[in-house]
Design a protein around this ligand. Structure first.
Ligand code: HEC
Length: 157
């Protein structure tokens, strides 16, 4: 009996030491997690997709019929501020935009420009450079995809 009891005691004290070690580790990692959760947005890795509902970063295959509809929309809604070369007007020249940005980023910029310049690091940088806020041009989902196709055809030249 005595022998058994002493084994139990040492087992229990070992368990207590282990628990103390585990809980001190757990306490530390808990603190780390809390710090991560409170990290500012600027510290979160940028996936290049922009801020908005579009997540797919793949471009569609070039369709010239859709691109020419996008060209009309661009003339109407965007050409007051953008050239199709690399020259700045009010905003940046859009030549090469499909090479430097993901499809989802461009779609988010067309449909959600205010949040983009506030919360997307790349768009924020453009705003700081151009000092004019790109305003929402009433671009719906279908129109945004047509204009994206037009940018693809512009960049294929
Ligand atoms: C009032 C002027 C204005 C109009 C109209 C406008 N934009 Fe912009 N756009 C800007 C400015 C300025 C920027 C840079 C970001 C900022 O300062 O808001 C920009 C940025 C962009 C960018 C990012 C360019 C890059 O180099 O990554 C894209 C893409 C874009 N605009 C597309 C469009 C499209 C498409 C339209 C039409 C539906 C449009 N813009 C209409 C002013 C405008």
């Amino acid at each position: 009996m005595k022998y058994n009891l002493s084994i139990k005691k040492s087992t229990i004290s070992l368990a207590i030491v282990l628990m103390a070690l585990l809980s001190s580790c757990g306490g530390n990692s808990g603190n780390d997690n809390a710090q991560n959760a409170e990290a500012p947005k600027s510290m979160v890795a940028d996936d290049g997709q922009g801020v908005g509902k579009y997540k797919n970063d793949e471009f569609p295959a070039l369709d010239t019929a859709i691109a020419s509809k996008g060209a009309e929309l661009f003339k109407l809604k965007c050409s007051a501020c953008h050239k199709l070369t690399d020259q700045k007007l009010v905003g940046p020249g859009l030549y090469g935009v499909t090479k430097r940005r993901k499809a989802s980023w461009i779609l988010n910029m067309m449909t959600n420009p205010l949040e983009m310049t506030k919360n997307d690091p790349t768009a924020k940088g453009l705003f700081e450079k151009h000092l004019v806020q790109m305003t929402f041009q009433d671009v719906n989902d279908e129109q945004a995809h047509k204009i994206l196709m037009f940018f693809l055809s512009n960049d294929s030249k």
